[in-house]
Design a protein around this ligand. Structure first.
Ligand code: C2O
Ligand code: CU
Ligand code: CU
Length: 509
């Protein structure tokens, strides 16, 4: 098999390189099928129960030959994944070939604690290169999974990722593939999972816990006539599917009690935006954003969530009388026909992503405290040493930042350790939406088109949606000696990212 580096030397990247690497034949992909905005006719909603991915259990480092060991007094846990293909029952009838961490889609959930190091071995048993990114983490460059070719895990080999968990706050992160030019197909095939970073302080908050704390990974997919995942590597605008999965199941049902639930929703779709609301129209409490809990809960009856974003919210089902006919739907009212971006919210066309069946009578002692996270860092614009401008633009049917395609050998910004910077992110036009993501840090949005952020955007963020015409200023401080090194930032419409809407930046002493 040709390696990634050899292909780069030949100047092959994007879809062409992907086809070379995977050996997939173009005619195995249903090229026209993922264009349809309508719902796949093979789907009957609410047939399967919502799968909740299990937490990954730790292993002894003695079982992992060659794994790094530490004697710096920081408690360290070890986990080990086998990244492999498997057959999953997604549609009725024929099973679907998927790629999953431990063969599961989504993968097992990380359960990490602030101040405890976590080492994850990722063994690649797939026929393609992979690269595992911890999205949302304050991660060392060597373990970040930043789409750099030298970081890739070739088939039959493994890599050990070190997660320091020395972030400012806990949070609802995720992990997913980040292989240069191939992230779209790799994530589409199933390489994504949840990473929950908590602490004693967060656990003491009396928010809904255990079975009442549920991640919801929302993704759209398309299937060919053979029930196989159909991805069009030549559609650079962004993949839009017509089958909706929550935690890997098609429009599932979830049995709940008449109490409060903490839902952590991740938009793990390649390019689709959602507008989330409940069929009852009832408000809920938004308690978290990309980078952890908010200062205080915010009452809302809907929110938008773009690819890569996370929103945590608490729903109270106690307004409902438990019974076999008590259903609440989690609706999407965002219309989106193509990768360019959402076409707008239409409340008259709610689409149920899943159904809550309120069946059980429970005693709910949880609360949503008026004060949630007290440790949110405040970045001071007066301390900013530089304001950088990055414009996200279209060129030659592909995607650029400041007029340049991503080059993994070119550093686009050099940041000095322990300084504060303001980054101005600007939409380059054409009616396109770009959910821009920056690695390594959490950020505060200073303003969007001159206006201070509201809602979940007022919390810590690592994905910033550039609507058409938008200009956003974000601020962060680049601390952490261990986090010196190279990282990327990019559009999280993964097809845009794969077609090079990405930049490289480096933290130096
Ligand atoms: Cu979620 Cu660079 O990615
Ligand atoms: Cu990331
Ligand atoms: Cu984009």
């Amino acid at each position: 098999m040709t390696t990634r580096r050899e292909l780069l030397k030949l100047g092959l990247y994007g879809s062409t390189a992907m086809l070379h690497l995977t050996g997939l034949k173009l005619d195995t992909w249903a090229l026209s099928e993922n264009k349809s905005p309508k719902v796949d006719p093979r789907v009957t909603p609410f047939q399967v129960d919502l799968p909740v991915p299990a937490f990954k259990t730790t292993v002894s480092p003695a079982t992992l030959p060659g794994v790094p060991l530490f004697n710096d007094g920081i408690p360290t846990d070890y986990v080990s994944f086998n990244v492999q293909q498997t057959l999953a029952q997604i549609l009725p009838g024929k099973k679907t070939l998927v790629w999953g961490y431990d063969g599961q889609v989504p993968g097992p959930s990380f359960q990490a604690r602030l101040g405890r190091r976590l080492v994850a071995r990722q063994q690649n048993s797939l026929p393609v290169n992979i690269n595992v990114h911890h999205h949302g983490g304050h991660t060392q460059a060597a373990s970040d999974g930043s789409a750099l070719p030298e970081e890739e895990i070739e088939p039959g080999t493994f890599r050990d990722y070190i997660y320091d968990n020395d972030d400012d706050t806990g949070g609802f992160h995720w992990y997913h593939d980040h292989t240069l030019d191939q992230t779209g197909i790799n994530v589409f095939m199933g390489l994504a999972g949840v990473y929950i970073l908590t602490s004693d302080t967060i656990d003491a908050l009396n928010l809904p816990k255990g079975a009442f704390d549920v991640p919801l990974v929302v993704q759209d997919r398309a299937f060919d006539a053979n029930n196989q995942l159909a991805y069009n590597p030549f559609d650079h605008n962004g993949f839009i599917g017509n089958v909706f999965l929550v935690n890997g199941a098609v429009q599932p049902k979830f049995r709940v009690g008449n109490g409060k639930y903490r839902f952590r929703i991740l938009n793990g779709s390649n390019a689709r935006f959602y507008q989330i609301s409940l069929s009852t129209g009832r408000p809920f409490q938004i308690i978290g954003s990309d980078g952890g809990l908010l200062k205080a809960p915010i009452e809302a009856d809907q929110f938008r969530i773009a690819p890569g974003e996370r929103v945590e919210f608490v729903v109270d089902f106690s307004f409902h009388t438990p019974g076999p006919n008590t259903h609440v739907f989690l609706n999407n009212t965002m219309i989106q026909k193509e990768g360019r971006g959402p076409d707008g919210v239409d409340p008259t066309q709610p689409f149920p992503l899943m159904r809550f069946d309120v069946l059980d009578t429970v005693t709910d002692i949880s609360t949503v405290p008026p004060v949630l996270e007290t440790n949110i860092p405040v970045f001071n614009p007066k301390e900013s040493v530089i304001t950088r401008t990055f414009e996200f633009n279209r060129s030659q049917g592909a995607w650029q930042v400041n007029g340049k395609f991503f080059d993994p050998t070119r550093v686009d910004a050099t940041v000095k350790l322990n300084t504060t910077e303001i980054w101005r992110l600007r939409n380059g036009g054409g009616g396109w939406y770009h959910p821009v993501h920056i690695h390594r840090n959490e950020f505060q949005i200073l303003d969007r088109n001159g206006i201070a952020p509201t809602g979940a955007e007022s919390g810590l963020k690592d994905v910033f949606v550039l609507n058409p015409g938008d200009e956003i200023r974000v601020i962060s401080k680049y601390t952490g000696e261990k986090q010196l090194g190279r990282y990327v930032f990019h559009c999280h419409n993964i097809e845009h990212e794969d077609m090079r809407m990405m930049g490289l930046w480096e933290v130096v002493k």
